[in-house]
Design a protein around this ligand. Sequence first.
Ligand SMILES: [Zn+2]
Length: 240
Amino acid sequence: MDWREELRKALRLQEADRRCDALRAERNALLHDAQEASLDRDRRVRAARIAGAEEELADLERRQRLADLERKSLEEERARATRRLYGGDIRTARDADGLQKNIDGASKQIDELETAILEAMERAEAVRKGLDLARAELARVEAALADRREANRARLGQVDAQLPLDEAARAAEARRLEPAVLREYERLRPRCAGIAVAPAGGGSCGACGFQLSAYWQEKLRESATAPVTCEHCGRMLVDA
Ligand SMILES: [Zn+2]
């Protein structure tokens, strides 16, 4: 068995493995896309804020209606008291005073209600304006999220179509290797950050950059009966 030739094949296998790993990593990143998750969080926060503002607006409108009803009832009460006061049936000054007090009391409450109604209307107007802006922002975030999801989905479709092809190519490369070389390659690869075989151009290890000694370089050129490994990182070297 010519190790040098086998390791050249192993380099091609490693390249196929690298493509498969990259696709698997991309697939995983697409399924757990941080930007998509962040947009989705943003969307939920904004939707919750809008729901809160809508609730406040409904509450303001309800309070406005109630205050309005109360004001109308007080106005009727005041009108009745006014009619009685000037209707000519009041005999005593005490009765007239009592009615006047009722009228003044109703007027004061009506004033207070009108102020409260006005304040509620102003607040409702501000909430409505805020809601318009918030809804426009939410629509923007929702559109960005939909775009991102669509792009991720489309890319995932491409990756899912490509991965089986690359895996088949990888399997074909693996079959070209002698079993003993394949075993050594697969033993080393997970321990060496995915790189079990490195080209050794210019007298240094193509993976870790270690400058090989003259003796080691000589060994690399001459030896085809056993793998030559980098003195520093332990990867198998191919004379490049
Ligand atoms: Zn090395």
